[in-house]
Design a protein around this ligand. Structure first.
Ligand code: ZN
Length: 385
């Protein structure tokens, strides 16, 4: 008998796990995994100013290689629940579709991997064919992501756990299951440009120094392209998100003006080299006339790429065997917990189709749950063959 990913998805969707609440989701997973012979550990992480968050680590087998699956059970809020055609935490199946918050992002993905792992164990006398299978599951991904995967990996490392490869089950596909594997993510860096002037009366501009003039000059200069893209990435991009003077007075030249921006950058840059490049461009545009400074808040979203190789080939082959599609290796989109995992082992992202994630009536075709389970099963078989 094979494990049922639809039942497991419904079990998870019925837990109201809006970050930072767990709603029983990890306990549900713990029961399923422990029942199949996994050693399951629960650990809570906290730090000042953030809600404590529950996390789960499970492993079966003690040998190498250790194939890990990572995911999150927390979900974004449902918004106006009355706008949903099926209640967001009921796990209704209507027609051939399962509705609920987290159906694709990413309780469905977790359920498919768990079902695939259970099937693999059943076929091999209750153990992995060789090596180990692990799950790293957090309740802190959708919000600030400080008490989740980043700390769970550190915790596991301190216990002596080692990971050889990891699949993160985020909804990676764009249109149809099997179209996209994410094999890297751009980095994200925020900055603030601060131009200093001298405050004064608008009627006497010669006695003041208006920083808005300098700010406009520097904003224009910093919008030049950063690069032309690389082998694995689109061009990096700097986007201004806010221009603030904070001046409520109509006859006052302000003393300071600020602009905030975000850079999504590819593997041609590091955070340090970007700061250097932006600083150099600003200096060139400013000449001796504009006094400015940059503020760079810390960022934990560095660029990374999992280069094509045996692991991506194995996943792509499994996907092709089950779906008939050759997936694109993509590095598009926002950041994910893969930015933390990449410091421990090669990671790729493959899960359901992302079209309805974070939307009202988030939903997944039952057929996709069955197919994704088959793909994960094939990946596990190939990995341990
Ligand atoms: Zn997600």
């Amino acid at each position: 008998m094979t494990a049922d990913p639809v039942a497991i998805t419904r079990g998870l969707v019925r837990c109201r796990s809006i970050t930072p609440e767990d709603g029983g989701a990890l306990g549900y997973l713990q029961d399923v995994l422990a029942g199949a012979g996994f050693s399951v550990y629960r650990t809570t992480f906290a730090e000042p100013g953030t809600a404590p968050i529950d996390n789960l680590y499970a492993r079966i087998g003690s040998e190498k290689p250790n194939l890990a699956f990572a995911g999150h059970t927390d979900v974004v809020p449902p918004g106006d629940e009355a706008a949903w055609h099926h209640p967001p935490f009921a796990g209704d199946v209507a027609g051939q579709t399962l509705y609920g918050r987290g159906a694709v992002d990413m309780k469905g993905g977790i359920a498919c991997f768990v079902a695939a792992a259970l099937d693999h164990l059943t076929e091999n006398g209750g153990k992995p064919k060789r090596g180990s299978l692990s799950l790293l599951i957090t309740g802190d991904e959708e919000s600030v992501a400080v008490n989740g995967t980043v700390k769970l990996l550190q915790w596991a490392k301190e216990r002596g756990e080692r990971f050889d490869h990891c699949i993160l089950g985020e909804p990676s596909n764009v249109e149809v299951l099997g179209d996209t594997v994410k094999a890297g993510r751009r980095g994200s860096l925020n900055g603030t440009l601060i131009v200093s002037g001298r405050q004064g009366h608008v009627a006497y501009p010669d006695r003041a120094d208006n920083p808005i003039r300098g700010l406009v000059t520097l904003i224009a200069a910093l919008q030049a392209p950063l690069d032309d893209g690389s082998a694995h990435f689109d061009p990096s991009h700097l986007e201004f998100t806010s221009v603030d003077v904070g001046n409520p007075t109509v006859n006052l030249i302000p003393g300071e003006a600020r602009a905030r921006f975000n850079i999504r950058y590819n593997d041609l840059h590091s955070q340090a080299s970007l700061k250097e490049l932006i600083g150099r461009r600003a200096h060139a545009a400013a000449g001796n006339n504009i006094r400015f400074a940059f503020d760079w808040p810390p960022s934990n979203a560095d660029v990374f790429v999992t280069k094509p190789g045996p692991f991506t080939d194995l996943a792509a082959a499994a996907i092709a065997e089950v779906t008939g599609r050759t997936p694109k290796l993509s590095t598009s989109g926002g950041t994910s917990d893969a930015r933390f995992i990449k410091d421990y082992c090669p990671v790729l992202e493959f899960g359901l189709v992302g079209q309805t994630m974070h939307q009202v009536d988030e939903r997944v075709p039952v057929a996709d749950l069955i197919t994704l389970t088959a793909i994960y099963r094939r990946i596990i078989e190939k990995y341990f063959s």
